[in-house]
Design a protein around this ligand. Sequence first.
Ligand code: NDP
Length: 698
Amino acid sequence: MTAPTPAPTLATTPPTLQSFVQDRWVTPAHGLAAIRSAIDGRVVAFASSDGVDFSAAVRHARTIGGPALRALTFHERADRLKALATFLSERKEQLYALSADTGATKRDNLFDIDGGIGTLFAYASRGRRELPAERFVIDGDTEPLSRGGTFVGLHVMTPLNGVAVHINAFNFPCWGMLEKLAPAILAGVPVITKPATATAYVAEAVVRLIVEAELLPKGALQLVCGAAGDLLDHLGGQDVVSFTGSADTSDRLRNHPVIGRNAVRFIAERDSLNAAVLGPDASPGAPEFDLFVKEVVREMSVKAGQKCTAIRRVVVPRPLEATVIDAIKAQLDKITVGDPRHDEVRMGPLASLSQRAAVREAVADLLTEAEIVAGDPLVAAPIGGDMATGAFMAPVLLACADPLAARRVHTVEPFGPVATVMPYDTLDEAVAIVAKGEGSLVASVFTHDDRVADALVFGLAPFHGRVLIVDRDCAKESTGHGSPLPGLVHGGPGRAGGGEEMGGLRGVFHYMQRTALQGSPARLAALTRRWLKGAPAPVAAVHPFKRDYEGLAVGDTVETDSRQITIADIEHFADFTGDAFYAHMDEAAAKANPFFPGRVAHGYLILSFAAGLFVDPAPGPLLANYGLDNLRFLKPVSPGDAIKVRLTVKEKRPARKPDYGEVRWDVEVFNQDGETVARYDLLTMSARRDAASSAAAA
Ligand code: NDP
């Protein structure tokens, strides 16, 4: 057995946690609550929000943090998030050390500390790639609103002018805080974060590092350690509350009169009895059977089962029930419980003795409908710890014989290493059993059968924010049942709170207001810096391909000469490319096709000739064409038709590298009657002026 790493210095002088409000650290003088180590019960910190002026904190966020963040573009905010993620990543060892007292093992830290930092990185990258170098986002396409085209509509999104209040649960003091922080900061909204008191010392340490990094503007982040006081009383219609925790607290906060009266946006993630369903095809010997058992055991033991996404209900075909229980039992026997600082410990203690008492109480409640088939909630043999002072608990597996008739197994959440096996007879019954949870964050389905996957996935989807389908093809790279990911929605309906977090930019948009703009194309183009049909399109004196990125203005247009398309062109193209599809080569067959009047030009021929018409051949600042978007062929082109092209700068976007910028062009190809035959967005890269002049100087 390895000796435990020395306890952090917290052991000798428990610090009093400070709040960080109005860009100052506030030390409480009264009402200190002792926070105890999950491992041995010693006091590791004291916390209280005494001395915090909540009204001033909200004002500070609104008047200092908000304006400072909104002065930055999305790209500038993303860059700061990235630098912050790098800064934290270089210092994560100190957070690991602190985290041990919450009961976290090294494996748990990968979820909480590394997962939190990873979420910052992910949002930084999305902000750069998917958001403009602007302070607003255009949402969707232009809506034509008038016959003459002089009145159109468009949606934009702008950051709310309020504050994001983030209230977190105890189980992920780092990830829980950062997964909420990243989207809000990227949106341009300042944050007041309130960690759960039980593990606030980890959150406080993370905020200390963030403050030390000096990467976020003043007022962008404030921290409240201890109770939330009258914080909610000061909120208004520009503010957002995002809450993770129990259903009771969530109800209380959602029903706060200010939240209702001022229509404060309220996002909730709360108790969730997530399920994993084994398909009837996945019998012992099938890879999906082993994967299922492994995943259930992993979900019961990571963070000692204290995960909002953990599998609580293990739904299996009735004929396989006994075999599944035996297989899970065999794996659970290998889970070593104890002080997480010991290398051989796989599962640490629960967060506190009171949390363990709550889990034991929940198990007692479940025993009215289920029986224990593995483990004992009162017995464990912790390595390097004792049961009286440490919140250790061995995994407990229950089985419920009649899950369709039962109620508690679907409503009581034992927030610890506990799961209940439930048999089903038909796929419809499996769905009905899971649906009795009345909404969960995640369900997973283990099958390699199309029919089973179809019935289960579409049956379960309305009750879940995420459904994971595991089979032999994806298992090796699967991120698992319990891991919410920055690019995917985290949240669920009903009991799970009805909220959504992350999900890529969706999580950012919770902090922004969508507004429909109506006006003339010229006005909307000028406001949004995006050309739209009907807006001025001055024909440029100098071909736009001869101009560098800075020299291009949105709306600059090239109109080309026309080119007639002959039957020889079509045959040459067919011969050259090998595309001899009958619509281009066989007059009778083409005529029989309802879309064509006879032989027509290839769509790709039209694109190629369009390029031939608009390209300026000389070397110049236009560096490359990197794609087409939204391509539509709208009308067939017959031999004898003549096409010409109008090319307009639609949007400009600086690239991450300083040497070039990305330009989106609106391309419209017309026939001799002025009818549009093809339309698309052309994407190019153009050299930046400074890069071009420094290259010339060199
Ligand atoms: P709680 O609901 O007790 O606390 C959650 C957060 O709310 C904490 O920061 C808490 O602060 C705060 N809080 C409590 N009362 C108020 C109030 N009146 N005003 C403002 N804030 C308040 O949940 P726990 O953290 O104790 O977790 C317990 C349960 O939450 C678990 O058993 C589990 O069921 C559920 N949970 C759900 C998760 C999910 O994502 N679905 C994730 C984690 C937990 P303080 O700590 O200072 O009391």
